[in-house]
Design a protein around this ligand. Structure first.
Ligand SMILES: [Zn+2]
Length: 241
């Protein structure tokens, strides 16, 4: 085990070995009836949208972990993140390494306080277009401010904790790094998962947005705000649902 104490040496499995092991693990899991949600990337860039890039840059601010981050990126490109599930306040991932059994990673992200949730919901919910965009997989650029500052959707380093089943001594091993980049890829595709991850109830967010819209419409029409709108009318004005 001495190599784990030697900072000058890291095992660096060949991409072909990782791919072979990953394929074998996928087959094994399928046979067991387990449904995997792999992180799939195309080309050199892991992400294509500004919010995905913002997530990755945020990770890279953790300069202490720089070397492991690069290895993590390589793992994502190789397809070694076999499974990644984003849930409320946590991420569960399985990342293939040199061993037959993929490593298990759990990343915990502190949920936002009720006050911060409320603040974000209010900011996003001002315009119906914002949520339409989100449901279509686009994070509106005007919501960029939500990613910055201490009250934003991005977790600060002290709000993240993680562990991995591998024997690497590093606080952030390459498998955790791969999972964190994997989160960036997943969020790049499905930005609403940002809300899930930070513990914001997406249904509540949609309800607030709809309520704001309905209120605004009623105000414009000069009708009393107590008027009841039938469900199908709401679905109609919110066509994407
Ligand atoms: Zn690990």
């Amino acid at each position: 085990m001495s190599r784990y104490w030697n900072t000058g040496y890291y095992s660096q499995p060949a991409a072909s070995e990782l791919k072979k092991n990953s394929e074998a693990s996928r087959k094994r899991e399928k046979k067991r009836g387990n449904v995997l949600e792999p992180v799939v990337t195309q080309g050199r860039n892991l992400v294509k949208n500004w919010w995905g890039k913002a997530w990755c840059s945020n990770l890279e601010r953790y300069a202490d972990y720089e070397s492991r981050l690069d290895r993590g990126k390589r793992y994502v490109r190789t397809g070694a993140v076999l499974d990644l599930k984003i849930q409320k306040g946590k991420v569960l991932a399985r990342v293939q390494g040199t061993r037959k059994t993929p490593y298990k990673i759990e990343i915990r992200i502190s949920p936002l306080s009720e006050e911060k949730c409320q603040n974000i919901i209010e900011k996003c919910g001002r315009k119906l277009e914002n949520i339409e965009e989100l449901l279509m997989g686009n994070f509106p650029i005007e919501m960029q401010e939500l990613f910055q500052g201490k009250d934003g959707l991005f977790p600060s380093p002290k709000e993240i904790s993680f562990n991995c089943s591998c024997p690497d001594w590093a606080l952030m091993c390459k498998h955790v790094a791969a999972a964190l980049y994997g989160v960036g890829v997943r969020l790049d595709e499905q930005p609403l998962l940002f809300f899930e991850l930070r513990g914001i109830d997406v249904d509540r967010f949609i309800d607030v947005t709809l309520a704001n819209k309905v209120e605004a419409m009623l105000a414009n029409e000069g009708k009393p705000s107590s008027r009841i709108i039938e469900d199908e009318d709401i679905a109609g004005l919110f066509g994407v649902l």
